[in-house]
Ligand binder design. Structure first.
Ligand SMILES: [Zn+2]
Length: 185
């Protein structure tokens, strides 16, 4: 296939997905390896502190609140995997103020509604890993995972994943979610 990716994107029947999961794995795995090899960033390089200083498109931010914001995970477990972070550089949930707790909750609820609407996912994994021993990749800045789950591969995001390079995929997923995100009151 040659030409502009948008022109080549086509709807595939689910039967054609027999080989797609393998391609999907190869698409994502190298980025996870880079993450593993680089290890945890220094505090002054904290990606969750720096992201809000960049444009939404550049930082893959889908929504900005008063005390917290939501962005796509660069190292997703699944397509549409979001993180909800307070702007403040705090490590654990019990350090969050009542306002931050409330807004992290609100952004998480909205993320679920938006992702469900645009991707027709069947469920979610929600959670916060507190500390490296518990699996937090960036343990010094609190973040809540919102991971959509599907009963099968016949959904919107993997169709794109099978036909587009990762930067294009993340950019399109970000735009799709951001455009569907309701305006904040
Ligand atoms: Zn930080």
């Amino acid at each position: 296939m040659t030409g502009a990716p948008d022109e080549e994107l086509r709807v595939q029947s689910s039967e054609e997905f027999a080989a797609a999961p393998d391609a999907f794995q190869r698409l994502w795995t190298p980025h996870r390896m880079v993450y593993i090899q680089q290890g945890e960033p220094e505090t002054h390089e904290c990606p969750f502190c720096r992201a809000p200083e960049r444009s939404d498109e550049d930082a893959l931010i889908v929504a900005r609140g008063r005390t917290a914001y939501a962005l796509l995970n660069l190292y997703p477990y699944n397509s549409g995997h979001l993180l909800v972070c307070p702007y403040r550089h705090i490590a654990t949930y019990d350090q969050a103020t009542p306002e931050e707790v409330a807004e992290i909750g609100e952004l998480t609820q909205t993320a679920m509604r938006v992702i469900r609407a645009v991707s027709r996912c069947d469920g979610f994994n929600l959670g916060m890993n507190q500390g490296r021993i518990a699996g937090a990749g960036i343990s010094e800045h609190l973040h809540q995972h919102v991971v959509p789950r599907w009963a099968s591969d016949s959904n919107f995001f993997p169709i794109i994943a099978g036909t587009k390079a990762l930067p294009q995929l993340l950019g399109e997923v970000r735009r799709t979610i951001a455009e569907a995100w309701p305006a904040t009151a």
